[in-house]
Design a protein. Structure first.
Length: 812
């Protein structure tokens, strides 16, 4: 958008005064941020309206991305940037004696997700808008986000995250578009005058779903899509039924808090309530909106695509059936045809404990009509499949099994497309986890490797690198990531290598200052910054990283002249509050940090920094300053990973097992430009399958392993309360479920190769350059265009008005 600095300054002063009735000079940082945010939102609003209207006018097909989690990060700078106003606003604020960066820090970082799954959803929102694809998000407006993490004596403590405390300037409460969602009670079917079976309800809990809409601003293309988050309230006409404040709890709690666990669900009633609440409100509002298109219902799949992000929103399928049959009076077959052509599903995990299953009794009681429909879907499925595939396959793929509703099966049966999120992951789905379904519906399966938005993770997070790229290869890469590969031509250019090394060093100095400020630890910016930031989970193997740090510590103690390049190990990770082992790992890492950081024999050779409260904003600070990206999950366990892509794009070298998208990173950048170690996925299947692995034997026979593990239990590490023993037990006595010890030696060797390469700074930086130049395929813009073409069949809308044309370059 066009705006002069002068106009902006005037707008800002007026905005501030109209909100607070005194001049901006007297405003607090929060107030100044609020005024600026609302002003930017005003600038967005006419495009927001135009986009909405143009979709209806052109009867555009729209995507609805249903996700229990979104992790958007702070939006002030990204919205300003995508509007094309970053420079104007920054200059204008300077004139007023204010700093955009400072005001931006006042924004709460909405933690409405646990990790990768939610962050992917937000990268997709950014790409949908930037590709001018009609796309909407649908989720929950949790009052409290994921807990705020603090360390007390090295232990994780969880505090409430009240992200709405200072208001959320980006959202618009939309009272015109509320829906009613019903829970519980009794349901029966009665024939009405037209001979339709109509459901009758009594004693239901009625909950009002209120939408809060947030603009999703496209990159310099005047498109603004919508993210709709639902909040639960008491229906106005029922308010008098609630006599006490406490009586309202069953309603308020529905959207009170994000479930703090992304890989392991206890069968919790509230969680199921949340899922149905979001799904029912979302589907109702989609079908209501569809009426504006004035088309027959059989055309719904031509105009609507609903995406089910992991199984959490899979109740979309029976909910859509319910509305089409009960309210719109279609036949079962008509409704089914529409539903299954409309829905598509992404699987995100192969961890058995994370595959969602709900007790039938719970589902029946909470959602009686939905359960009736699921039962009917199941019966028809079984009836159809038995003669075709026989008993074994039919029963193993049924939705209802042993007293539970298998949500992945519901999602596969009710969707026309099922995708994994990296090639290896999709292969594992087809060959193992969903093998029987692959036999029945081979045409439904496809891979869509994850991606990230370079706008947030490069342009905004790493302005110096962005400037360097602009200077060397021109600015085209910003709207056409494929251009990044032009940077490869500079690998032998001494000047570019020197400048790239300076950019990295400068970013490391900034992070070092931040570490000093928040952790009080002094680190040397010339040391290798070695980073593992992600949710804490045994399969991700932060404890293997820990064991390696301990190994280095013991080596230095034993042989002070050992030739290690100084290393700063950086962690960021939250553990699910109920995940005891993960919390024990956090405690031991912190205890080892205390040991190492305060030992005068160690000095700068080794530092350990564990940031509190890992989230998007912290990731933005850390990633541009990273030399080594730790992607060390046990092969086959990490579906894709996306932090691996963010690091690569910022010039870190990846230390990885051949898991998830690491394999594709290798395919693009080349094995020689990263550090690969450990078992392959096939080897993991073999070792785990044949029962040959004996961790105790390995511990007893391998002196390196033995020395490190003994340090966990012999008092070397101070201030532990049995956490070291817990790690030891799990690794030795419970046979090391994630094969940490098996991969340990090759992990140590990879770290030695890192030291050796780092000593040759030019060569290191050359490889860093090649990583940046090879990172384009992981742009979420490409991922989204593949979803759009293969799964959703949606096109960029309203070509007449498009500024940035959809890319003609070959797609990755
Ligand atoms: C990218 C990102 C993740 C995903 O990290 P993985 O290492 O791929 O698991 C999680 N949390 C945040 C805040 C992120 O930005």
């Amino acid at each position: 958008m066009k705006l002069s600095v002068k106009e902006f300054v005037k707008d800002f002063k007026n905005q501030f005064q109209s909100m607070y009735a005194y001049p901006y000079e007297e405003g607090s940082t929060e107030q100044l941020y609020n005024a600026l945010g609302l002003l930017i939102k005003n600038y967005v609003s006419s495009n927001w309206k135009d986009t909405r209207e143009s979709y209806i006018k052109q009867s555009a097909k729209q995507v609805y991305y249903f996700s229990m989690e979104f992790l958007p990060g702070r939006q002030l700078k990204s919205n300003t940037y995508n509007l094309g106003l970053l420079e104007t606003v920054s200059k204008g604020l300077d004139q007023l004696g204010l700093s955009l960066d400072e005001l931006a820090e006042a924004e709460a970082d909405p933690a409405l997700g646990n990790g990768g799954l939610g962050r992917l959803a937000s990268c997709f929102m950014d790409s949908l808008a930037s590709m001018a694809i009609p796309g909407n998000g649908n989720g929950i407006r949790y009052q409290y986000g994921l807990f705020r993490q603090k360390f007390v004596d090295g232990y994780q403590v969880e505090l409430p995250e009240n992200w709405l405390r200072y208001r959320n300037v980006w959202e618009t409460r939309n009272d015109k578009s509320t829906c009613m969602v019903r829970f519980g009670g009794n349901v029966w079917l009665e024939e009405n005058e037209q001979g339709h079976l109509e459901p009758k309800y009594e004693n239901t809990l009625n909950v009002l779903a209120v939408p809060y809409d947030t603009p999703m601003v496209g990159y310099k293309n005047e498109r603004v899509n919508n993210l709709r988050l639902w909040s639960a309230e008491i229906p106005v006409e029922e308010e008098s039924n609630y006599l006490t404040i406490d009586a309202t709890d069953p309603i308020k709690e529905i959207t009170e808090a994000l479930y703090p666990d992304d890989s392991n669900y206890e069968g919790r009633l509230l969680r199921l309530k949340q899922e149905y609440f979001m799904v029912s409100a979302g589907v109702q509002s989609i079908l209501r909106h569809y009426r504006k298109y004035n088309m027959p219902r059989k055309n719904i799949p031509d105009k609507v695509a609903i995406h089910i992000n992991d199984t959490h929103p899979a109740l979309v399928i029976p909910e859509m059936m319910r509305i089409l049959i009960d309210e719109e009076h279609l036949s079962w077959d008509q409704a089914w045809e529409i539903t299954f052509k409309t829905c598509s599903y992404t699987n995100h995990t192969i961890l058995r404990e994370a595959l969602e299953k709900w007790p039938i009794d719970m589902m029946k009681e909470l959602l009686p009509r939905i359960y009736m429909i699921i039962e009917e879907i199941n019966n028809r499925y079984v009836e159809h499949m038995l003669p075709l595939y026989g008993e074994r396959i039919t029963w193993q793929t049924a939705i209802l099994q042993n007293g539970v509703v298998n949500m992945a099966h519901l999602a596969v049966i009710g969707s026309h497309s099922v995708n994994g999120v990296a090639q290896l992951h999709t292969d594992i789905l087809m060959n193992d986890v969903l093998k029987d379904f692959f036999e029945i519906y081979p045409e439904r399966f496809n891979n869509k490797t994850n991606g990230i938005t370079q706008r947030r993770w490069m342009h905004l997070a790493n302005p110096d690198l962005t400037q360097l790229l602009d200077d060397k290869i021109g600015k085209a890469w910003k709207s056409n990531p494929a251009e990044l590969k032009v940077f490869k031509g500079y690998e032998k250019d001494k000047q570019t290598i020197k400048e790239l090394a300076e950019v990295k060093l400068n970013n490391k100095k900034k992070l070092a200052a931040h570490i000093e400020k928040v952790k009080g630890i002094t680190v040397d910016p010339n040391a290798i910054f070695d980073v593992q930031i992600k949710r804490l989970h045994a399969y991700k193997r932060q404890h293997m990283n820990l064991l390696h740090i301990l190994h280095r510590y013991l080596e230095i103690k034993q042989n002070p002249s050992v030739d290690y390049v100084p290393r700063v190990f950086i962690f960021g990770a939250k553990a699910a509050p109920s995940y005891v082992y993960a919390k024990q790992i956090i405690k031991v890492i912190n205890a080892v940090g205390d040991l190492v950081n305060n030992d005068p024999d160690i000095g700068n050779k080794l530092k350990v920094v564990f940031f509190e409260n890992y989230g998007v904003s912290l990731a933005e600070k850390i990633i541009p300053a990273t030399d080594v990206s730790e992607q060390i999950s046990l092969a086959s366990m990490e579906a894709s990973g996306t932090s691996n892509m963010k690091f690569m794009a910022n010039g870190a070298l990846t230390l990885a097992t051949l898991d998830g998208a690491n394999i594709e990173i290798r395919d693009y950048v080349g094995e020689e430009n990263m550090f690969i170690f450990g078992l392959t996925s096939d080897e993991v299947y073999e070792v785990r399958g044949n029962g040959s692995y004996n961790a105790r034997e390995l511990y007893q026979s391998n002196s390196t392993v033995k020395r490190v593990l003994d340090a966990l239990i012999n008092g070397t590490i101070l201030n532990l309360e049995g956490e070291g023993d817990a790690l030891f037990d799990s690794l030795v006595n419970y046979n090391d479920e994630y094969l940490v010890l098996k991969d340990f030696e090759s992990y140590i060797q990879a770290h030695e190769a890192i030291d050796a390469l780092y000593k040759d700074q030019k060569e290191w930086t050359r490889k860093s350059l090649l990583n940046i130049a090879s990172s384009a395929p992981f742009s979420a813009d490409y991922t989204i265009s593949r979803y759009a073409e293969d799964i959703w069949k949606v096109k960029p809308c309203c070509p007449g008005k498009l500024k940035v044309q959809p890319r003609n370059e070959p797609m990755y």
